[in-house]
Design a binder for this molecule. Structure first.
Ligand code: VGL
Ligand code: ZN
Length: 194
């Protein structure tokens, strides 16, 4: 299990209805079973004075991220809708950071990609963590093979110590084994998967 202190941030990635609820449009198998562990990590982090940040996938109604507009995903996490809301069983105690708001694509909480030009730009997250003196990031949430793996690998690239709680993540597994391959990628990038 990870340990928390004031130089640690817990990143709770995209625990939203469309991913976590079985009736969500991009529901992740087993997502409901990890909520208890995520809540336990939020409680531990809060008690230790660590920073807790919750991210939300936050799309406009039309974006090249969606299959209907040329992308690969069913319409999900459209801003201000039920699907984009944080899953109600989550003890959402922390600062919320929304991603994809302007129609940008990409999965990492640290960067966005302009779907037109392909240009990558940083989100506020790295600066926010640096300003708070954060050195270590613990990652939990959804989905292992998209936002979790990209966020964890970006965090390593940016120089943070990274820990991922295996019982607190779940994979989309569009292809069988995607989740396992994502775990291997995170380990190869220097993240500890606990
Ligand atoms: C995600 C697929 C599409 C994620 C977001 O949060 O992992 N996956 N959009
Ligand atoms: Zn999305």
């Amino acid at each position: 299990m990870p340990s928390y202190d004031r130089r640690t941030a817990l990143l709770v990635v995209d625990v939203q209805n469309d991913f976590a609820d079985p009736s969500g449009s991009l529901s992740v198998a087993g997502a409901e079973t990890i909520i208890g562990e995520i809540n336990a990590q939020i409680a531990l982090a809060t008690a230790a004075g660590a920073t807790v940040i919750l991210t939300q996938d936050w799309h406009p109604p039309e974006t090249p991220h969606f299959a209907k507009d040329g992308g690969i995903w069913p319409t999900h996490c459209v801003r201000e809708t039920w699907g984009a809301a944080l899953y109600p069983a989550l003890r959402a105690d922390g600062r919320v950071l929304r991603k994809g708001e302007d129609g940008s694509d990409g999965y990492s909480a640290f960067s966005v990609r302009d779907p037109g030009s392909g240009e990558i730009a940083a989100t506020v997250l790295d600066q926010l963590l640096r300003d708070a003196g954060i050195e270590k990031i613990v990652v939990v949430g959804l989905a292992t093979d998209y936002c979790v793996v990209e966020t964890a690998c970006d965090a390593r690239m940016l120089g943070y110590t990274v820990e991922v709680v295996r019982d607190a993540i779940a994979a989309v597994d569009l292809q069988a084994g995607d989740g396992e391959r994502a775990i291997t990628r995170m380990r190869d990038a220097g993240a500890e998967v606990l």
